[in-house]
Design a protein around this ligand. Structure first.
Ligand SMILES: NC(=O)c1ccc[n+]([C@@H]2O[C@H](COP(=O)([O-])OP(=O)(O)OC[C@H]3O[C@@H](n4cnc5c(N)ncnc54)[C@H](O)[C@@H]3O)[C@@H](O)[C@H]2O)c1
Ligand SMILES: [Zn+2]
Length: 362
């Protein structure tokens, strides 16, 4: 088992990564300060792993709430089911909410923990690759609103994150690849050596080799933890984590959420950012080709769907959360592992990049 630390002063917390962690009672117990807990899961994950969590909680009074499965249920109405369970079971301020599931459950349970009685303890047990490398780390929680994704939420750090790679054995291959997209992102942001490692080990990851997965999760979480520790509330450098996301969110939004998985959309988005960086002579053609090739090797899309017009892109991108004072800041690359947040580009450069990456030309 690897243990990482997210360094946020008194809100610091450990991330445990490894196999068979859901059999380790001590691990969970040491992070539950009180004597009660509420497990939040969904109808897909609960039948697979709830029993293990129940077994780990002997001696602690625990209740469960099972939500419907899917991004479309990540809203205030369904969130209310968590508050209902907390109140109906008279769980007090010293209770611990345990999020058991992917990013949707993590974000919802996290927001419930942040807001119930102004904040109760939270433990994340992420069960998708995406949630193990991304959403469970960093403290962003929240739900969607009909007019925008993740628009209602809070920053709220967990007491611990327990990422058991065994849970990935039941994860559908498409969901695994979506998580790999975020892993590639970390290499591109600031770690060229990790990007090279991914070039060598992509087949092992796709085959769910547990030591390859553990290593990739560890490096990814460490990278995210470092970026978050430097800028917890996204006033500056944390925006690097949005590489590929401004383009990707436009794709998700235009197609309708769920058509493409988030990881698929940001894969195309990272290629769009790479191509734009190449066209601006910030990055070499060789590095750009490496990025496209690695994303292809992971069976992820390198281009946005043809059905989205450039105008639609521009409109959707300008409502992205990253717009501050009317200026759209993008994450572009000076090379592999050298991403940078910038508004130093022209509208024409953006248009040209979109046009050359919305149809497959190779
Ligand atoms: N808070 C953050 O910083 C942050 C970062 C990235 C993404 N997110 C959010 O995370 C969500 C996406 O997360 P996700 O990709 O994990 O999606 P998800 O939670 O919808 O999970 C994907 C699917 O896999 C199923 N599943 C989960 N674990 C499984 C397992 N072990 N075996 C079989 N099936 C399993 C789920 O029930 C679901 O059907 C989005 O809502 C996104 O906004 C948040
Ligand atoms: Zn993402």
């Amino acid at each position: 088992m690897a243990t990482l630390k997210v360094d946020l002063g008194e809100r610091s917390y450990p991330i445990y990564i490894g196999t068979n962690l859901l059999g380790d009672n001590e691990l969970l117990h040491q992070h539950i300060p009180g004597n009660s807990a509420l497990i939040v899961s969904n109808e897909t994950v609960a039948p697979l792993y709830l029993e293990s969590i129940n077994a780990m909680l002997t001696g602690i009074r625990h209740e469960t709430v099972i939500l419907p499965d899917g991004e479309k249920y990540k809203n205030l109405e369904v969130l209310n089911q968590i508050y209902d369970a907390l109140l109906a079971n008279r769980l007090d301020r010293n209770t611990t909410i345990i999020a058991l599931g992917g990013g949707v459950i993590g974000d919802m349970a996290g927001f419930a923990a942040a807001s119930y009685q102004r904040g109760v303890h939270l433990i994340q047990i992420p069960t998708t690759l995406l949630s193990q490398v991304d959403s469970s780390v960093g403290g962003k929680t929240g739900v969607n609103h009909a007019l925008g994704k993740n628009m209602i939420g809070a920053f709220y750090q967990p007491k611990a994150v327990i990422a058991d790679t065994d849970t990935l054995n039941t994860l559908p291959a498409r969901e695994l690849r979506a998580g790999i997209a975020e892993i590639i992102k970390y290499g591109l942001i600031c770690n060229a050596a990790f990007f090279s490692w991914l070039e060598q080990n992509m087949d092992a990851l796709l085959a769910k080799n547990s030591s390859a997965l553990s290593y990739a999760i560890e490096i990814s979480c460490q990278t995210k933890a470092d970026v978050v520790a430097a800028d917890e509330r996204e006033n500056g450098s944390r925006a690097l984590l949005n590489l590929g996301h401004t383009f990707g969110h436009a794709i998700e939004n235009c197609l309708g959420y769920g058509e493409w998985l988030h990881g698929e959309a940001i894969s195309a988005g990272m290629c769009m950012a790479a191509e734009m960086s190449r066209q601006m002579h910030w990055m070499t053609a060789a590095d750009t080709a490496k990025i496209f090739n690695l994303i292809k090797k992971a069976n992820l899309p390198t281009h946005a769907p043809e059905s989205i017009s450039t105008d639609e892109f521009l409109t959707l991108m300008s409502v992205d959360k990253k717009v501050m004072d009317g200026i759209l800041r993008l994450v572009l690359m000076r090379g592999i592992g050298q991403s940078t947040v910038t508004s130093d580009y022209s509208r024409n450069q953006l248009i040209r990049a979109i046009e050359s990456t919305t149809t497959v030309t190779t």
